[in-house]
Design a protein around this ligand. Sequence first.
Ligand code: SER
Length: 315
Amino acid sequence: MPKKTLIVGACGQIGTELTLALRSRCGSESVIASDIREGQQELMRSGPFVQLDATDKAAIREVLESNEISDVYLMAAMLSATAEKNPATAWDLNMGSLLNILELARSGKFNKLFWPSSIAVFGPSTPRTNTPQSTVMEPTTVYGISKLAGEGWCAYYHRKFGVDVRSIRYPGLISWKAQPGGGTTDYAVEIYQEALSSGTYQCFVKEDTRLPMMYMEDAISGTLQLMDAPSAGITVRSSYNLGALSFTPAQMAESIRSHMPDFRISYAPDYRQEIAETWPESIDDSKAREDWGWHPRFGLEDITREMLSRLRTKS
Ligand code: SER
């Protein structure tokens, strides 16, 4: 029986590209995409899709049993900005879905789980530059609180029940295939979209706000690398720090201007500025490099070139 994979939350920014990458690697039929709503065309046409609420344990159990799933990627979550507006719903979705899936893993319904964490687990009392793997963690956002609690649950289910769960603290992710939704780092995608559609962008964080970022292609390779690694070499069962590069909106604008000299940016910081200020500026990811060979490829110039050319051909 070939190994099958289930992606819960397959239509989001990461889920879309993860599903497509896994399908091209393992064959379309062996990767089941699921989400509460349908996703974009390329994804929907690429293989099987099941409509599924990530908090519906019985429905997930049914999909696991009838398809003999071995790996699960739980990508459904409410991100930082939206979660601030709906704290209780964010907690229910982010924690409810994780606890259900950990229980299903514990009872042997599948073998290996991937669950995404975030730089949002850190807070204002965390050292902001080169933030260590293990450090003070006092997040001040609902999203960060839920991700930190989730990391604790992952480590607990591994320690107590031997669940093979693996996780990454993603930085802001920059991609062109699927829209990000409700995150604080969404400006790093919007800036390219607006540069192409109107030549101007009004950024919702200040020009010198420096945050860790990563191109989606790097994030997907890192995720697959971690999932491929032998279990014995994975020494972190809460979640791995993962860095690539850090930059400010002003540096992004500069990089865009080298392709589009007339591009203009203005700044109107809103509540997301406060969130951004509590997050690290840069990340120490030496554990991921040591344990499973993490190595990012895309710098800011590569990202700008890729984003502008991909978005141009897409529209
Ligand atoms: N990109 C996410 C957010 O802004 C961080 O994990 O919420």
